[in-house]
Ligand binder design. Structure first.
Ligand code: URA
Length: 257
């Protein structure tokens, strides 16, 4: 039996005993104090657990709608599978990227290719495990490319607009304390803003009231290995840690990706 319903049974029984005037319920002061001390805590733990389970159920129901989605027929017919999102349903931080690449399309998980490995390193350097945060993309399908060609293509505005409602549902369910938008497509998909990353990154924006930090996409850092660009991303992540009031040690302060 769950603790709150057990507690309810005890209280109902005590009230019945009192109403029926059979005899006075007796309890020692120490027992009462102990009960009072632990009851609210246990109820909190159960409520937290129930809230988490309900988020998991809600995310699963969105995922079940995303998996067979054919709103963009050209993507539905070219994808291996949809790539929904991964991580902690109670995450404080949600990272939002652009769209699955070839590796993600094959594995069904966002950010598992080279750019993903760099993102995982960034997350770890911030003091989190990949499982602590939530990772998703604007598009749930890999943008199709002509047969026989290589690489990725950027999502079109129409594709982003079509897929966006799924991401909004994910954000509404998870309710992260803050969002990190990775690259220009994530910014456009989330905020509808087009601008240069140089102007947009490193500053706080707002997504429906949730603080949003914009930084470079890890794929950009793989293309541009200059230490100053890597340091910029790290400085953006230091701002994220500060906003979450996480302790930042000396090693993290001086860190270069
Ligand atoms: N790039 C993205 O934007 N998302 C992924 O999931 C992988 C690479």
């Amino acid at each position: 039996m769950q603790f709150p319903s057990a507690l309810e049974t005890v209280l109902t029984t005590l009230e019945r005993i009192r109403d029926e005037n059979l005899h006075r319920p007796r309890v020692s002061r120490t027992t009462l104090e102990t009960l009072n001390r632990c009851a609210p805590q246990k109820i909190d733990i159960n409520e937290t657990k129930r809230a988490r389970e309900s988020k998991i159920d809600m995310l699963a129901s969105v995922q079940a709608r995303v998996a067979p989605c054919i709103k963009c027929p050209h993507l539905a017919s070219s994808r291996t599978q949809t790539v929904f999102g991964v991580g902690n349903p109670d995450a404080e931080i949600m990272f939002v990227g652009e769209a699955p690449g070839a590796d993600e399309d094959a594995q069904g998980e966002p950010f598992v290719g080279r750019a993903g490995q760099l993102l995982t390193r960034i997350i770890k350097a911030m003091g989190f495990a990949r499982d602590d945060v939530y990772i998703a993309n604007i598009l749930k399908c890999r943008p199709n490319i002509p047969a026989g060609s290589f690489g990725n293509r950027a999502p079109t505005p129409l594709e982003m607009q079509t897929c966006r409602p799924y991401l909004i549902e994910q954000i509404d369910i998870i309710q992260p304390k803050l969002i990190v938008a990775l690259g220009a497509a994530a910014v456009e998909g989330l905020l509808g803003t087009r601008g240069t990353m140089r102007e947009l990154r490193g500053r706080w924006h707002s997504f429906n009231g949730t603080p949003l930090m914009i930084t470079y996409h890890p794929a950009y850092l793989l293309r541009n290995q200059s230490p100053s660009e890597k340091r910029k991303v790290w400085e953006d992540m230091l701002q994220v840690l500060e906003r979450l009031e996480k302790p930042i040690n000396e090693k993290q302060r001086n860190y270069f990706l």
